[in-house]
Write a protein that binds this ligand. Structure first.
Ligand code: ADP
Ligand code: TRP
Length: 343
């Protein structure tokens, strides 16, 4: 018979749920720019759906944003924008603990404890800093050590499941390795988490067909000004085939791929079929994409305007979330400090 400690710390989450331990779900997003469809379908929507299936902890990773954003006023504004976006899209503070990462400073102490058991080679293999370096962005120590702080974010809440997009998978794997290493050295201390990546939205394409990302200038924002967004969608480049020509490769068309995300399945399938058969022009296809995208977020847009007019409520949600998150973080940090002989 396994001991209680072993059960809690080492068994995968499906066994935990069988044993009636509530599954803890955690994710974070950096306030480093305007949120877009890739963020929404890859991370926010899966996270929001999961808030009904366990104890959800979601936070705004403002410490992490310090590795690449050096404008304090901009960080403050982006942080509030992320809070508004998330709440408008359906994060329910009655179901989820929603907070700012830096309101739980314990996480930086845990990051130090973890950094002492993190092999350099593990961090050197991480593609996030290598990609930035390849683009000529100077690498600071925070950017290099970024995955260790992320590991602390995850481990300090005894998280079982981490819903993220494909590009964050490696960071969750680093977290697992670091947790296992710490547990081996100091005894069972941390829950070993699992990433949750939805294959169909793991890599939402941007307006140029590459992964949608705020660093590539190819995003379709979640919220924004109608005229500019319509222009962006109508400006998506297509090939030079005439409307009448059949398009046997209709499923690979970028507007079709995005339509599958924002339109009801039957509508997306019908437009794809018309494109395949010939007779549907790219202009009309992009118009349909814009209309469906705009309608999909209509309710959230209204909710966001309401929240923006009630910032006291939004700040209160984050303050309440921080209190709840901090209580748990202090318990787990204490466990780690004791295990490491600091207490
Ligand atoms: P960006 O690439 O725009 O800087 P972030 O790195 O801040 O986005 O990502 C925040 C979250 O959104 C992460 O969980 C990430 O995996 C997810 N995400 C970002 N872009 C996409 C995309 N194009 N497709 C799917 N998920 C994405
Ligand atoms: N690195 C994540 C991103 O850029 C944000 C993040 C920080 C995060 N800490 C986390 C995501 C912990 C999940 C779990 O999107």
């Amino acid at each position: 018979m396994l001991s209680f400690r072993t059960r809690v710390f080492l068994l995968p989450c499906f066994v935990c749920s069988l044993l009636l331990f509530p599954m803890r779900i955690l994710s974070g997003i950096q306030p480093s720019g305007t949120l877009h469809l890739g963020n929404y379908f890859g991370m926010m929507r899966p996270a929001i759906e999961l808030q009904n299936q366990g104890e959800a902890f979601y936070f705004i990773a403002d410490y992490h944003s310090m590795t690449s954003l050096f404008d304090a006023a901009q960080r403050r504004k982006n942080t509030l924008d992320v809070a508004l976006d998330f709440l408008a899209c359906g994060l329910d503070p009655k179901k989820s603990v929603f907070f700012r990462q830096s309101d739980v400073p314990e996480v930086t102490e845990l990051a130090w404890l973890l950094s002492t058991v993190t092999p350099m080679g593990l961090l050197e293999r991480c593609h996030s800093f290598k990609d930035k370096s390849a683009k000529g962005i100077p690498i600071n120590h925070g950017l290099f050590a970024y995955p260790v702080l992320m590991a602390a974010d995850i481990l300090i809440y005894d998280s079982n499941l981490v819903p993220v997009g494909q590009d964050q998978k490696q960071h969750v794997e680093v977290t697992r390795d670091v947790a296992i290493k710490f547990n081996e050295i100091y005894g069972p201390t941390f829950v070993v988490p699992e990433p949750r990546i939805r294959e169909e939205v793991a890599k939402v394409p941007g307006t140029d067909g590459e992964k949608m990302s705020k660093s590539y200038g190819n995003t379709i924002d979640l919220f924004g000004e109608e005229k500019a967004l319509r222009k962006k969608i109508m400006g998506i480049l297509m090939d030079s085939r005439t409307p009448a020509e059949p398009k046997p490769d209709a499923d690979k068309n970028l507007a079709v791929q995005l339509l599958r995300l924002v339109a009801p399945p039957a509508v997306a399938a019908e437009l794809e079929e018309r494109l395949r058969a010939g007779g549907l022009g790219y202009g009309d296809l992009k118009k349909a994409l814009f209309e469906n995208y705009w309608n999909t977020f209509a309710e959230a847009r209204t909710r966001r305007a309401g929240l923006a007019a009630n910032l006291d409520y939004v700040n209160q949600v984050l303050a309440d979330g921080a209190i709840r998150a901090r209580i748990l973080a202090q318990t787990v940090l204490k466990r780690a400090r004791k295990a490491a002989g600091l207490e």
